[in-house]
Design a binder for this molecule. Structure first.
Ligand SMILES: Nc1ncnc2c1ncn2[C@@H]1O[C@H](COP(=O)(O)OP(=O)(O)OP(=O)(O)O)[C@@H](O)[C@H]1O
Length: 296
């Protein structure tokens, strides 16, 4: 549905995006992760046809994002990272203006979203908080029932309750066959909603992975505090990965060797045992390292 081929945009500073290649299938939710300044917004602006790429191209449903941007407009629900609205309009005036531009006849989705996100649309936009503006942006992106969503940091400014509502909205749209690309800094959000994630660092894609595969890579480790530091050698004599944290504390990763682990453990004097579940972020960092090279 979304195809990015050798997409490159180099700013005068030399920064930008370089030879990006990835595809997003129909009805897939794709997370686009990367640190500040890594090129997420530059990529998204190219998908919306706002920028002239230095080379390469992007297409949505077979249409060129730059030359056929106008005909893609109603097909896409776009939430920008920084929302610039018409400050003097009220929320409802802005939503009506957007509806007129798109020639939307049925306002039922708009009205149910206002209710669901609990947004007061009567006040002027310039007096709205960051979270309220973000809600207004989400309603604008969703209200015309687009086939493709491109969302730049969608939960930024939302409180945890609203973040959960937003995640439910994404799940519902996915089940209706919509294609969704969302950029994020937040691994947990991507883990909860996305089928795959692409990681961009310094303008280059360093990884595209299935979230399921990454979840399967998650390992549990155990932090063990021992009464007698001599017991460390007992634990080290096995196939476990043992990291000494202090004189009498170790972190052990055991894979699936539970039986062996508990047998050895029963011969040690254990004062305390904590379970440490790796997060998706830990996996990415371990798997790709700071330099973006796979260390697997
Ligand atoms: N209009 C521009 N002119 C020159 N350089 C730019 C422009 N827009 C972005 N850049 C630079 O290109 C790089 C990528 O920026 P981009 O905004 O795409 O990153 P990002 O991943 O969206 O960051 P953030 O998470 O902070 O929003 C940065 O080094 C940024 O300074």
């Amino acid at each position: 549905m979304i195809k990015v081929e050798n997409l490159t945009q180099i700013y005068k500073s030399g920064k930008g995006i370089f030879d990006l290649n990835f595809t997003i299938k129909e009805s897939e939710v794709f997370g686009y992760l990367g640190p500040n300044g890594s090129g997420k917004t530059t990529t998204i602006r190219n998908l919306l046809g706002f920028s002239n790429a230095t080379r390469g191209r992007a297409t949505i449903n077979g249409k060129d994002c730059r030359s056929e941007a106008a005909s893609l407009q109603n097909y896409i629900g776009y939430l920008p990272g920084e929302i610039a609205f018409f400050d003097n309009m009220s929320g409802m005036q802005f939503l009506k203006f957007m509806g007129d531009m798109r020639k939307t006849k049925d306002n039922s989705i708009r009205d149910s979203l206002i209710e669901r996100l609990d947004l007061d649309t009567e006040g002027k936009i310039k007096k709205m908080s960051k979270g309220m503006k973000q809600k207004l942006g989400i309603i604008t992106a969703f209200m015309h029932d687009p086939a493709v969503y491109i969302l730049d940091e969608p939960t930024s400014g939302l409180d945890p309750f609203m973040q959960n509502i937003f995640i439910k909205m994404i799940e519902e749209e996915k089940s209706r066959g919509k294609t969704i690309m969302m950029s994020s800094h937040i691994f947990e959000e991507v883990q909860r909603t996305c089928d795959r994630a692409g990681i961009i660092k310094e303008g280059r894609i360093v990884a595209v992975e299935e979230i399921k595969a990454l979840n399967a890579m998650k390992k549990e480790s155990y932090i063990i505090t021992l009464k007698d530091s001599k017991d460390i050698s007992k634990l080290s004599n096995h196939s476990f990965d043992v990291k000494t944290l202090s004189e009498n504390r170790v972190e052990i990763t055991i894979g699936d060797s539970y039986k062996e682990f508990f047998q050895v453990l029963s011969s040690c004097s254990v004062i305390n045992l904590d379970v440490n579940q790796q997060t998706l972020e830990d996996i990415f960092m371990k798997y790709y390292g700071k330099d973006g090279i796979s260390h697997e």
